[in-house]
Design a protein around this ligand. Structure first.
Ligand code: PLP
Length: 429
């Protein structure tokens, strides 16, 4: 697949927002490994902290002790998250966090139902997959978990109707749906959802795997909306993009409901969850995020980026909207109105709905040395999510790159011809 779209290159060195390839190219990373590299690639302070941790020869993973680094990281994450979030469970990925959240909801409420939002992305393990409505991800892997139901993101009436049945242990959603196309909720939605959940005895769980760790400005996207979730799932950027790690932050009440007795002290755990390197990476990542004030940077740079993108792209008929929060941005494309382009566009869409977006990604990469991707559940939205350390000059370089690409799409048959060649190369989609 990477060969087909011309992105199969060998990377040798990755630093900050820049990736250097074996054949001497320099690529600008505006994807950040899907919101992993908030602190930039191989941040020297995080790398050094990990080297020091290895040199220390400390208790990396004993399973029979109280791991102090995990305690320290838990305390800092809970302090930053605020609300009633007071305990942390660590795992090694976002999906593992979602699995834990499912179990915690059920154990703490005694209910079995799980409610989630259409279009969301929560991971590809079986439990997480059961909270994703898109049949593409599920096909061939069923049956999914029973008693999982979905509601439309942003629709409070639909949510209340479901919650009123009092069958649901948890309502699990991203605060801003990332793979669905950088979909922001109506301003009041999350706070109102929190109150509805409380009223009907359902736990309100926010999957902040992409939006957390200052990606959208505040530590959690929930903070921007004044929402106080019962549970928050973090992963991706948590450990500086260097060691697998994830965390589920919970209230004391949920903790008591799950780890309810000595007998249940280890009722949910996983081998590598609190390992010293992941915890050290987490602590060093927080030092960098806070020390370099990257949340504030995300807010200011994100606003600037969207303003510049609107200025540069508003005249193109295929650009419908530029939106986002902090440095989680999306450029939404729309079908062209003019007959010439429309025929080509529809032909591509018939072959595969991702064809247009993927050709934009391909051209940006090949001609401008810029790495991006389209959203996993919405192929008409280009995700724009550079490291939070991105410079103003790099933002300008991206704006110019996408402007030039859109110019090419709108002004020449070349773009559409290339896409046709892609098809001819015999893709089995
Ligand atoms: C919002 C969200 N939740 C959960 C996950 C799953 O995380 P992981 O791939 O670490 O299992 C992802 C992955 O992209 C995600 O975007």
């Amino acid at each position: 697949m990477l060969n087909l779209v011309g992105m199969n290159v060998r990377y040798e060195r990755c630093l900050g927002t820049e990736l250097f390839t074996e054949d001497g190219r320099r690529i600008l990373d505006f994807l950040s490994g899907y919101c992993v590299h908030n602190t930039g690639h191989n941040h020297p302070a995080i790398v050094q902290a990990l080297k020091d941790e290895l040199d220390r020869c400390g208790p990396a993973m004993l399973q029979t002790d109280v791991p102090e680094l995990a305690g320290e990281l838990a305390r800092r994450l809970c302090r930053l998250a605020g609300g009633g979030l007071n305990k942390a469970y660590f795992g090694s990925s976002g999906s593992e966090g979602v699995e834990a959240a499912i179990k915690f909801c059920r154990a703490a409420t005694g209910r079995t139902g799980l409610l989630y939002c259409t279009g969301g992305f929560h991971g590809l393990t079986c439990g997480a997959l059961s909270l994703m409505s898109d049949p593409f991800w599920r096909a061939g892997f069923g049956p999914m978990l029973p008693e999982t139901e979905h509601v439309q993101f942003g629709n409070l009436a639909a949510l209340e109707e479901k919650l009123a049945t009092r069958r649901f242990a948890g309502f699990i959603t991203e605060p801003i749906q990332s793979e669905a196309g950088i979909t922001l909720p109506p301003r009041e939605y999350l706070k109102a959802a929190e109150h509805l959940c409380k009223r009907h005895g359902t736990l309100f769980v926010l999957d902040e795997v992409q939006t957390g760790m200052f990606r959208t400005g505040p530590f959690l996207a929930a903070h921007e909306y004044g929402a106080r979730p019962d549970m928050v799932i973090l992963a991706k950027a948590l450990s500086g993009g260097l060691i697998p790690s994830g965390a589920v932050l919970i209230t004391d009440e949920i903790y008591e409901g799950v780890y309810s007795s000595i007998r249940h002290a280890f009722i949910h755990t996983s081998t590598y969850s609190e390992n010293g390197l992941a915890m050290r990476a987490g602590l060093a990542t927080l030092d960098v995020l806070e020390g370099e004030r990257l949340g504030e940077r995300a807010t200011a740079a994100g606003e600037g980026l969207r303003r510049r993108l609107r200025e540069a792209l508003s005249r193109f008929e295929m650009v419908k909207e530029v939106r986002g929060a902090g440095l989680l941005c999306g450029i939404e494309f729309t079908a062209p109105r003019g007959l010439g382009m429309r025929v080509s566009f529809e032909a591509f869409r018939k072959i595969h709905p991702a064809m247009f977006g993927q050709c934009v990604v391909m051209r940006l990469f090949r001609e401008r040395g810029i790495l991006t991707q389209i959203c996993g559940n919405n192929f008409m939205v280009l995700k724009v999510a550079p490291p939070l350390t991105v410079s103003d000059a790099q933002i300008e370089e991206f704006v110019e790159g996408i402007r030039e690409t859109m110019e090419y799409v709108h002004s020449s048959g070349g773009f559409w011809g290339e896409a046709r060649q892609l098809v001819r190369r015999g893709i089995k989609i």
